[in-house]
Design a protein around this ligand. Structure first.
Ligand code: GCO
Length: 437
């Protein structure tokens, strides 16, 4: 059972989250190719060699998807706009793309849902990727143009907006670890991307503020980094991963500078005179979005920096093989307040699990338990003084899980990828009981 809604303040926001490439269908509606389309077209990059060309066909089925959010009793919907749909070549506007989001936002308001917009959730136009994408400093100004273009059209109806989703994934997972588009394993490319994503975020913040936008933030992901044992090597490995993963972005944004343990390896490859950008990067936020899923165990890996490797942990795991550790969520919320964000309002913008139980597509009591435990972790952080304003479940629908394709099922609602039929699972009903009681 989920905790009662009355455990949370009356104005606490409950929502469901999705992202454009994972649900819309990238081949329709005049969108241009994004680097996810080209990455997915390369054999071996996606487990099932699938792509987001059709995804959940949300571009056509969005009214029923909004109904599902509304009928469950949610207050808000966190969605993203696709850069490649709004600007197929990265710069020129596709009116059909903007029209789609315009209708979508009106659809939310008609159903009493607050629109929580994320300007970018990874579908960078291939034309910009050709020019180096996040490695190219020009991307900052181009991203700011995208944001103000979208703001001009939707800004009068948006409750809250985030510039970027998970810059760690955009820069490190994709340019150093090679798991996400553009699939590079190159420390110079990764280091440049680590800096330029922040420059893009802050340049967009400045342009959006100048255009009168309100309630602006960014969404960062946090994963607990523990040492696999009590050796010095394991502790060092965990510290370096923590610096890259959990400190790089928030420290820079809060004006605390890049963490030393990450600069050791990344510093030599940063763009010239990167220090000159640090004041710009520290733009004030109105709120911070926290995505939390799991923890990692780190063992030393002698050889090359960062000298760390992941080892499997002993805790129960999701369909992604991610360890389930709800207390990590309260730990991060408290740590953020104490070390970085102070009184800044926080939102859990993503938390959820990939999960499948037997043959009955609606059976997911394991997910209900997962959500209940993480909601209690939120409550515990609030009891410790954290100004947490909302919780968004990832995800409304089963959808395209990037390099994992369509296998992992994160949804409150099951999607049959042949018929596109949506079927609410136990967890959707559990939210409905909680939120409409
Ligand atoms: C992320 C993204 C989502 C994922 C989800 C599950 O956190 O990686 O925001 O797009 O689908 O997190 O991996």
């Amino acid at each position: 059972m989920l905790p009662p809604r009355s455990d949370f303040p009356a104005d606490f926001t409950f929502g469901a989250a999705t992202s454009a490439y994972q649900i819309e269908g990238s081949a329709q509606g005049g969108a241009g190719p994004s680097h996810w389309d080209t990455f997915a077209a390369t054999p071996g990059n996606i487990i099932d060699n699938s792509n987001g060309s059709r995804a959940c066909d949300h571009l056509n089925l969005w009214p029923q998807d909004l109904d599902l959010i509304c009928d469950a009793g949610f207050d808000a919907y966190r969605f993203s706009t696709s850069w490649a749909r709004v600007m197929p070549d990265g710069v020129t506007v596709n009116p059909e793309g903007l029209d789609f989001y315009d209708r979508l936002v009106d659809g939310m308001l008609e159903r009493g849902l607050k629109p929580f917009l994320t300007y970018h959730h990874w579908d960078l136009p291939a034309a910009l990727a050709d020019k180096g994408g996040w490695q190219n400093r020009d991307v900052a100004a181009q991203f700011a143009d995208l944001c103000t273009t979208i703001h001009d059209r939707l800004g009068d109806r948006i409750a809250s907006a985030a510039t970027l989703n998970e810059p760690w994934c955009m820069a490190w997972l994709s340019h150093f670890l090679g798991h996400h588009a553009p699939g590079l394993r190159d420390i110079r490319a990764a280091s440049r991307a680590m800096h330029h994503v922040l420059l893009a975020h802050s340049t967009a913040m400045q342009s959006l503020r100048a255009a009168g936008a309100k309630n602006l933030g960014i969404v960062l992901n946090f994963e607990t980094q523990h040492p696999a044992d009590d050796s010095d090597g394991a502790r060092r490995a965990a510290d370096v991963q923590d610096a890259i993963y959990n400190q790089w972005f928030i420290r820079a944004i809060m004006g605390q500078g890049y963490p030393e343990a990450a600069l050791e390896g990344i510093g030599p490859h940063l763009p010239d005179r990167w220090q000159d950008d640090m004041a710009t990067i520290a733009q004030p936020l109105d709120w911070l979005g926290v995505n939390y899923y799991t923890r990692h165990l780190n063992a030393p890996a002698p050889g090359l920096w960062p000298n760390a490797r992941d080892v499997p942990g002993p805790l129960p795991k999701t369909q992604m093989d991610w360890e389930i550790r709800p207390e990590g969520l309260s730990e991060f919320l408290v740590r953020l307040k104490t070390d970085h964000t102070g009184d800044l309002p926080l939102y859990v913008t993503e938390n959820g699990m990939a999960h499948a139980e037997g043959d009955l597509v609606t059976a997911d009591t394991g997910r209900v338990q997962f959500i209940a435990d993480h909601l209690r972790a939120c409550k515990s952080a609030m009891d410790q003084g954290v100004d947490l304003r909302g919780f968004f479940y990832w995800s409304l629908l089963d959808n395209y899980e990037w390099g994992w394709g369509y296998g992992p099922r994160f949804g409150l609602v099951h999607v049959d990828y042949d018929t596109m039929a949506r079927t609410p699972k136990d967890s959707w009903h559990a939210f409905r009981r909680m939120l409409t009681a």
